[in-house]
Design a protein around this ligand. Structure first.
Ligand code: ZN
Ligand code: ZN
Length: 332
């Protein structure tokens, strides 16, 4: 499983960070899902290897503009790119009206259908890119949701290495191994099929939070998950100063929750524009959020950056792989 951040700023874009959007993808599929679509998400997409033709389903966490203003432009560009396949959008009430009204008001004509699925009543949805996605209600100024992406694993796996090693000819015979208990090979050998079938693997899962001031609401969702991606809009000091009004989490809030729930990997995102300074020695740099989080959380901690790509391996170990684009470097 892998994910790539397209936007990591809260509320407004900065020179380093655009507003919220995240690509989530299974390595076995070329299709991908998008969680949130802040303004200019389609511009960010120009720098990463994901095509709007292969966009599977869009998930919107809540109606605030920094999470959805990019939808009309992205949908229009999907049409311009030649997309003809229907597009599913899982979102809270209000998003459908926003998108459809914009389509009407701007004389947009789409060569594909849009299907809106209300998150409020969603139990779970299986998407073609290989996930079962569940929504979890959060606490914010408006209804907000987290999405838990659980990979779909096949019940039975062939031990292809062993089949090769034992000289079982590849082809139809391999399919028969899954369906039978014994097989007679051309050379007279009798195969015990169960010797060539691997046990079902525990599915991995990633929880992607929307804006939320109560990380504890994700306790059940995180129980068998390997990664939590959650907002940490500011430090505890600033959070205390601004009060409960904005209904966001501090780095400390999320770190304490992650530690309590024994979560292996935590990725913080959705940072206030006040932490914009590129010099990490400054108090207005992102380092203060990192420093606050490590005080409470001993697991694998990452701070998101635009265009950063992460991969979760089969053992549930998360690693930062690459940055697809660096704003400070050349324009290709
Ligand atoms: Zn936000
Ligand atoms: Zn919000």
């Amino acid at each position: 499983m892998e994910f790539t951040f397209l936007g990591t700023s809260a509320g407004v874009p900065t020179k380093q960070r655009n507003v919220s959007a995240l690509v989530i993808k299974h390595v076995a599929s070329k299709r991908w899902c998008l969680v949130d679509c802040g303004e200019a998400t389609q511009h960010q997409l120009l720098h990463v290897p994901y095509s709007l033709i292969n966009l599977d389903t869009i998930f919107i966490t809540h109606v605030h503009g920094d999470h959805c203003y990019g939808l009309p432009g992205l949908i229009a560009s999907a049409a311009m790119a030649g997309r003809t396949q229907d597009l599913n959008i899982v979102a809270p009430k209000g998003i459908e009206e926003f998108v459809r009204t914009t389509i009407t008001c701007t004389d947009m004509h789409l060569p594909f259908a849009l299907h809106f699925i209300g998150v409020e009543t969603l139990v779970n949805i299986r998407v073609k890119s290989g996930f079962k996605v569940t929504a979890i209600a959060l606490s914010h100024r408006v209804p907000s949701y987290a999405y838990r992406f659980e990979e779909l694993v096949k019940d039975k796996h062939l031990d292809t290495e062993k089949l090769y090693r034992d000289g079982v000819p590849q082809g139809e015979l391999w399919g028969e191994v899954l369906k039978n208990t014994k097989l007679l090979l051309g050379d007279g050998r009798e195969l015990q099929c169960e010797d060539y079938i691997l046990p079902m693997r525990e599915p991995r899962s990633i929880v992607v939070g929307g804006d939320n001031d109560m990380p504890g609401l994700l306790m059940d969702a995180c129980e068998h998950s390997q990664v939590l991606i959650h907002e940490a809009t500011y430090t505890q000091e600033i959070s205390d100063r601004v009060g409960r009004g904005p209904r966001h989490s501090s780095a400390k809030d999320v770190a304490e929750f992650a530690e309590k729930s024994a979560l292996k990997n935590l990725v913080l995102t959705h940072f206030s524009a006040r932490y914009h300074h590129p010099d990490i020695t400054k108090s207005s740099s992102i380092t203060v959020l990192h420093d606050e989080a490590v005080e409470s959380y001993a697991g694998n901690l990452f701070l998101a950056e635009d265009f950063a790509n992460f991969q979760l391996d089969k053992d549930g170990i998360l690693s930062y792989k690459q940055k697809y684009y660096d704003r400070n470097k050349s324009i290709e």
